[in-house]
Design a protein around this ligand. Structure first.
Ligand code: ATP
Length: 201
């Protein structure tokens, strides 16, 4: 099964673009949403988080104590890496289980903010970087999340520079409000359908 990874920095529009692929009939796995779900549903992960960060990481009803975990990893790169090393494999497992539910789809898309940072791009046959100018991206996120410019900048600074992702990705979608989006998507869709039919990927 052909697997396509799609990513982009904050406000690039990767989720919006992924929704359009869904309209074209392509199943999309939203890795960041799944990461939140597996934090409470994947029993292997729950046990690993408790043993790494303490049982206070979860409430007695099984809910995740986000504040506690955030406090543990905030400004602590080693602790954040430890958490990621537990969460990422659980998301990979969820993706495999989800992919098995779509045997008839010509190709599947995995949407992930940290596709490259997490290494999960290695499990995709092709990757797409969604790009937009820095200011446009920040303004979109400020408007969407009602946050300050400084907060948007700080979130952006926690991700790899956009140009690094463009270099690593096989394809780029320019979501810059001056180039048309739909023709770019249709062209990629055709490329992936052809690639899937060739079985040579
Ligand atoms: P994040 O990683 O921060 O979740 P994202 O890359 O998934 O961001 P989206 O949520 O898809 O980005 O888009 C960010 C905001 O910008 C949304 O409110 C979306 O509606 C808007 N947006 C996306 N693309 C465009 C566009 N081409 N023109 C105008 N607004 C856009």
């Amino acid at each position: 099964m052909l697997k396509i990874g799609i990513t982009g920095n904050i406000g690039s529009g990767k989720t919006t673009i992924s929704k359009v692929f869904e309209l074209l009939g392509v199943p999309v796995f939203y890795a960041d949403d799944e990461a939140k779900k597996v934090m409470v549903t994947d029993t292997l992960l729950v046990e690993a988080v408790k043993s790494a960060f303490g049982s206070e990481a979860y409430f007695t009803d099984g809910g995740l104590n986000r504040k506690y975990i955030a406090g543990k990893v905030f400004n602590e790169p080693a602790e954040l890496s430890k958490l990621n090393a537990i969460v990422h494999p659980a998301v990979f497992r969820a993706f495999d289980a989800w992919a098995a539910l779509h045997p008839a789809a010509p190709y599947l898309i995995k949407e992930a903010a940290l596709l490259f940072e997490s290494g999960s791009y290695q499990l995709c046959h092709r990757t797409i970087a969604v790009t937009a100018p820095h200011e446009q991206r920040l303004q979109r996120v400020i408007k969407r999340d009602n946050i300050s410019y400084a907060e948007a900048e700080s979130r952006n600074a926690r991700q790899w520079p956009e140009e690094d992702k463009v270099k690593l990705a096989a394809f780029t979608i320019h979501n810059n409000e001056s180039q048309l989006i739909i023709p770019q998507l249709i062209q990629l869709h055709q490329t992936f359908l052809t690639l899937a039919a060739s079985h040579d990927y």
